[in-house]
Design a binder for this molecule. Structure first.
Ligand code: TYD
Length: 149
């Protein structure tokens, strides 16, 4: 597991899509189905301060379209599948999420877009911080200016 801890603006500037990694999560299977347990600082490298999930996403719609200055997230396809496009201002990477026992760790300073949602997809996000609009960069050219700082 790659543990990356960017808590300062320098980390946000220098982070790359290669710092974002797929984390395998546990899966306990029995004949009644599966369970996956995620514990902050145990199998993901941050404390979980917030959870949210996207669902009922109409076909063809995209989500995201922003970067964060400090927030770290684990993105999980709790159901169905979708693609996450990661962009550090230089490199782009598309990751397909389609298994509930794998999560995509997204570090600060990465522009992300979520697309190609399958019908019934649920995008579960575990976040390292509470909701702070100040932490968002919602304009791509502003994002590029931050990365070139
Ligand atoms: P937004 O971050 O734009 O969604 P996405 O990146 O998935 O397209 O958030 C959509 C709306 O929800 C926006 O009005 C802000 C609000 N919101 C909260 O109030 N708290 C939260 O924790 C999140 C993630 C969003």
């Amino acid at each position: 597991m790659i543990i990356t801890n960017f808590s300062d603006s320098e980390g946000m500037v220098k982070s790359s899509v290669y710092d974002c990694s797929i984390l395998p999560l546990n899966k306990i299977h029995n004949r009644a189905g599966n369970i996956t347990i995620v514990e902050g600082q145990k199998n993901i490298p941050f404390d979980i301060k917030r959870i949210y999930y996207l669902y009922d996403i109409p076909g063809g719609e995209d989500r995201g379209g922003h970067a964060h200055k400090e927030l770290r997230q684990l993105i999980v396809a709790a159901s169905g599948s979708f693609d996450v496009m990661l962009d550090d201002g230089i490199n782009k990477k598309i990751v397909t999420l389609n298994r509930p026992n794998y999560g995509l760790l997204v570090v600060p300073g990465i522009w992300r877009e979520l697309m190609e949602f399958s019908s019934g997809a649920i995008c579960l996000v575990l976040a390292s911080e509470k909701y702070l609009e100040f932490d968002y960069i919602r304009d791509y050219s502003t994002f590029i200016s931050y990365k070139n700082d």
